[in-house]
Write a protein that binds this ligand. Structure first.
Ligand SMILES: [Zn+2]
Length: 169
């Protein structure tokens, strides 16, 4: 949301989605005040202004442990939660969270991007049948004989995606 939209929202002049957003924010702060404060602080600590949209999306992302979610899936969750937000905004917010170090991207195929709430170094299984990504338990992979990086460069990290399918009998 732009600053102008935010100002309009505060002044009560925002779009028809406003009432839904207000309700959700209010219920969040009543039912789960402690967590809401934590999310706000977390956003501030990451250098992001804790707007209503960012807080609501962060709540969906971080409320239930480590997960791997696509922008489309999070957009659907937001709609089911009665939170009116466009897919483009979800996508932008996920990238802002990633740039701020709150998420990491797991790229499975060219067009398929998952956002991982676990930002530590780890590897992934990809189950092709239902397109889910999940963590390989730590120490489940040992990478050896990595190539020497070219002059003046260093290896930033190594992402391994192990693709799974059902056994064929
Ligand atoms: Zn992961």
């Amino acid at each position: 949301m732009s600053d102008e939209e935010n100002a309009a929202a505060r002044a009560g002049k925002y779009n028809p989605g406003l009432m839904q957003q207000e309700r959700r924010t209010v219920s969040l702060s009543i039912s789960n005040e402690g967590q809401n404060v934590t999310l706000e602080e977390r956003l501030r600590n990451a250098g992001l202004r804790p707007t209503r949209q960012r807080i609501a999306l962060a709540d969906l992302l971080f409320a239930s442990g480590d997960r791997h979610v696509s922008a489309e899936a999070l957009h659907e969750e937001a709609q089911h939660a009665g939170f009116s937000v466009s897919l483009a905004t979800v996508y932008n917010t996920l990238h802002q969270f990633t740039e701020a170090g709150m998420l990491r991207i797991v790229q499975v195929e060219g067009a398929r991007t998952y956002f991982d709430t676990n930002v530590s170094d780890h590897h992934h299984f990809f189950f092709e049948e239902d397109e889910t990504v999940f963590d390989i338990p730590s120490r489940g992979v040992e990478v050896r004989n990595l190539p020497e990086p070219p002059e003046g460069m260093e290896i930033a990290n190594v992402d391994i995606v192990v693709r799974l399918r059902r056994k064929r009998h």
